[in-house]
Write a protein that binds this ligand. Structure first.
Ligand code: ADP
Ligand code: GLC
Length: 471
């Protein structure tokens, strides 16, 4: 089977969050199952690009309103990721450093989707499966089925994965003329609440819809940022498939970003060395338990709760807290201010730092995830693999992957995204830390949990195969 993943992010080419990790790993595991799986994403003018070589394998034009853009398809030369990677280059529109948050994102998302389709349209061989990820690619299933330039592609099976239903990519109707000629009797398929809604379009038009964890699929029936009734209506073609992790990239035994590598037998000394480095680097006390947070500093992640959690915790307990993230400027500012007050026990790194994140997963004792919304969450799975105990709110994929220690599990779970609940979990965690024998036993236990992509990659292949037989 030939699968093409279409996405705005893919690790290591461009990463903002977990979408990149998923699209950078799932194809590799699908290749291992003897399928041809590749990825197409925009060409960004970023750090990765400077160290990589690309070769042009196609080009063409796209029309967005009155503007014609020339695009080139640039294939990454000698990818060492285990699958082929193609990028769409459009000078001035896509070749920027930042992935999102540009004034012309609507034009960028559309030009990308149309370039991919125009390129596929002239290929001799087309993929069996087009796998679209998030709203940036949500119009593709509609365009393939109902836009006249693409009738040649209309039998290709499409699958749409919702990584996050908070973001839907609304487009107002004054930009309707950006779309290529399509069957106007089908206009209802792109509409939701009097706007063009690419996320809703993907849900309506793809042959199959998946979310990144089973529990998130259930949650969306009740709360999907306005799309609840659509998801209930389309329930039959929706399924939750739990994300996996790339256990080759995320392996404490071979991770070149760590201070010291370790295994299930050497984890005590290995984690200690990584913690020692973190404590020296961030002026923390290595004799105290280390609680960390890694993530986007946004409401979804419960980041606005962090300043109060830090104050409440450090006023009461002898622990360290370390934060790595960027996002809401107000939260960033509050986190910075607290550094002075809790010097020696708390520190924060505002920004994005892949290498530091690996060191934190390895050197921490506990990982905090007080998320309000977490469609899957990869951090808790990386933490488990690195022997770091997760403290999570029971939501989305966190509920599917973390079992409370009180229920014969290995983590700490609470139900409310509230300061008190998180602090109480931290208190329970410090009690566990005081019982070092049990604490170390749990660390060993969690390192053995298998969250590799192997089984979910198979599940996706089974889904594709079933769809192909329905053609
Ligand atoms: P989301 O995609 O919603 O941000 P996920 O848990 O799926 O959340 O994935 C987040 C990914 O981004 C993980 O690989 C995490 O380590 C990484 N990450 C988040 N913030 C940072 C940061 N500031 N520096 C480095 N890595 C980060
Ligand atoms: C989104 C979600 C996150 C999920 C990731 C990868 O960014 O917010 O929970 O893990 O996508 O699917």
């Amino acid at each position: 089977m030939h699968i093409l993943h279409i996405s705005f992010e893919c690790y290591p080419i461009a990463k903002v969050g977990g979408l990149a990790d998923v699209v950078g790993a799932l194809p590799k595991y699908q290749q291992k199952l003897d399928h041809k799986s590749s990825v197409i994403l925009p060409y960004y003018e970023n750090k990765f690009r400077q160290s990589a070589e690309f070769k042009e394998i196609g080009n063409g034009n796209v029309q967005i309103g009155d503007t014609t853009y020339q695009f080139s398809i640039l294939q990454l030369d000698k990818p060492d990721v285990g699958f082929d990677i193609y990028t769409v280059y459009i000078e001035g529109l896509l070749d920027r450093e930042e992935v999102y948050n540009h004034f012309d994102d609507t034009e960028r998302f559309l030009a990308f989707q149309l370039s991919v389709l125009n390129w596929l349209n002239v290929q001799e061989e087309v993929p069996d499966i087009i796998h679209c990820h998030d709203h940036h690619t949500g119009l593709i299933p509609f365009l393939i089925s109902h836009a006249s330039p693409y009738t040649r592609l209309k039998d290709i099976v499409t699958i749409f994965t919702i990584h996050n239903a908070q973001y839907q990519g609304h487009i107002s109707y004054d930009k309707l003329h950006y779309l290529p000629d399509f069957d106007k009797s089908k206009i209802g398929l792109i509409d939701w609440d009097n706007q063009i809604n690419p996320l809703a379009t993907g849900i309506k038009c793809a042959w199959q819809v998946t979310t990144v964890s089973p529990n998130y699929m259930q949650e969306l029936q009740k709360n999907a940022n306005g799309l609840e009734s659509l998801l209930s209506h389309e329930q039959k073609k929706c399924i939750g498939v739990l994300n996996g992790i790339d256990v080759e990239t995320w392996d404490p035994d071979s991770d070149s970003m760590l201070i010291k590598n370790y295994t299930e037998t050497s984890y005590i000394s290995g984690k200690k060395e990584n913690k020692k480095w973190l404590c020296e680097e961030f002026d923390l006390n290595p004799d105290l338990p280390l609680f960390s947070f890694i993530g986007r500093l946004v409401g979804e992640k419960g980041a606005d709760l962090l300043p109060e959690i830090i104050g409440e915790t450090l006023d009461r307990y002898e622990v360290n807290i370390l934060i790595l993230g960027s996002g809401d400027p107000r939260v960033e500012h509050e986190l910075e201010i607290l550094k002075e007050k809790y010097k020696g026990k708390y520190n924060t790194y505002i920004g994005y730092n892949e290498e530091l994140s690996h060191k934190i997963y390895a050197g921490s004792d506990f990982l905090l995830m007080p998320s309000r919304v977490e469609p899957c969450g990869l951090n808790q799975m990386y933490a488990l693999r690195y022997g770091t105990i997760p403290i999570v709110r029971r939501t989305g994929g966190l509920k599917d992957t973390v079992i409370d220690i009180g229920d014969n599990g290995f983590g700490f779970c609470h139900d409310n995204a509230m300061v008190w609940d998180v602090c109480y979990s931290i208190k329970r965690a410090t009690d566990l830390y005081d019982d070092q024998k049990r604490f170390k036993g749990i660390q060993k236990q969690i390192m053995k949990i298998d969250h590799s992509w192997a089984s979910s990659a198979k599940q996706y292949i089974n889904i594709y195969s079933t769809l192909i037989t329905q053609k």
